[in-house]
Design a binder for this molecule. Structure first.
Ligand code: 5GP
Ligand code: MN
Length: 321
């Protein structure tokens, strides 16, 4: 896919909007804030807003997070609206703003959104992160330490600190360029990726303790019910990273983590090491993501959900064995 030209796209725009997916993760927050800071610097005459659900507190050190708008006005019409790390239908509050914008731009790396949903699309499924893509569109002489830090956060979160198979030589080169801006990257990695609060560790421990191996030890599943979340007083944001931890179990290819979002409703997170294309499994149930990390929301009891997912995971194993 050819690249897009941010300068041309924003030329003459008076009102610019930026948004990312619901339940924003590090890449979503990082890419939105990086583009926000960059456009404020380079399209000075425009009124620029960024719309997101309130990010987790770990992102508070990013410049501009306190300017994020969590609610969208009904009749606001933007000259240009960017959907980052997301398809239009996952923008939540901002979906209507995107759809009624004069120019829609989509920058993403989800294979489940390969076609793109904008008038202009820059969707590269092979890219490590949307943050990497946003950085590639920037004029390097306009990047500063705060922008670099936001891009870096996005990349480390989507690559598991340059570990997952989506990390390319280019990702590493960009990582090197970014740390040259001089922000405190070890602290950023520690505080946003590894450090957990006491209750986060407690619920992680619970999820590990109660995890169950199945399919001859090739899959693992763990569930956190609403009542357990209430007991530990945790919110969905506190459950980030649990699925990666259960995936580390020796012999496991596919890890599934569920948390209850309503009566007979679960949010599903899936990870795979090698064989199962979890993007395909998630897409079947109306979700999406990447080959090695994907998610969806499913209805039914915990057992219904696992049975339904298992059928599709089994098929994936059969394809590869
Ligand atoms: P996580 O398991 O960390 O929530 O998500 C893993 C990946 O799958 C992320 O890239 C995330 O954006 C994507 N994803 C998670 N849930 C959904 C969903 O319900 N729909 C779509 N389209 N993508 C999802
Ligand atoms: Mn991403």
């Amino acid at each position: 896919m050819k690249t897009i030209d941010l300068e041309k796209i924003c030329e003459g725009a008076e009102k610019i909007g930026i948004s990312g997916h619901v339940r924003p993760d590090g890449d979503c927050v990082g890419s939105c804030m990086a583009l926000y800071l960059y456009l404020k610097k380079t399209v000075r005459e425009a009124d620029i807003s960024v719309f997101l659900e309130k990010p987790a507190e770990i992102y508070n050190s990013l410049q501009g997070v306190d300017e994020i708008r969590t609610e969208a006005g009904e009749d606001e019409v933007f000259d240009v609206f960017f959907a980052l790390d997301s398809s239009a239908d996952r923008l939540g509050e901002a979906e209507k703003l995107f759809r009624q914008a004069k120019k829609k731009v989509n920058i993403d790396h989800h294979i489940s959104n390969e076609q793109g949903c904008g008038d202009e699309n820059y969707v590269i499924p092979a890219a490590s992160s949307t943050s990497e893509l946003v950085y590639k569109l920037m004029k390097k002489d306009k990047v500063d330490a705060e922008i670099a830090k936001a891009v870096y956060i996005g990349i480390i979160h989507d690559t598991g600190v340059f570990q997952y198979s989506n990390t390319s030589p280019e990702t590493m080169r960009i990582g090197a360029e970014l740390i040259a801006y001089g922000f405190d990257f070890p602290k950023l990695i520690e505080e946003t990726f590894y450090e957990k609060s006491y209750v986060q560790n407690q619920i992680l421990g619970r999820a590990l303790l109660e995890s169950v191996l199945f399919m001859d030890g090739r899959c693992i599943v763990s569930v956190v019910e609403k009542k357990t979340m209430d007991f530990y007083q945790v919110t969905p944001k506190d459950l980030d990273g649990i699925v990666n931890q259960i995936r580390n179990t020796k012999g496991v290819d596919c890890a599934i983590f569920l948390y209850q979002t309503g009566v007979l409703e679960y949010k599903v997170s899936m990870r795979s090491n090698e064989k199962v294309n979890v993007a395909e499994v998630a897409a079947f149930f109306g979700g999406g993501g990447h080959m090695r990390a994907a998610g969806c929301t499913m209805s039914g009891t915990y057992h219904d959900v696992i049975n339904n997912l298992s059928l599709h995971i089994e098929k994936q194993f059969q394809k590869k064995d």
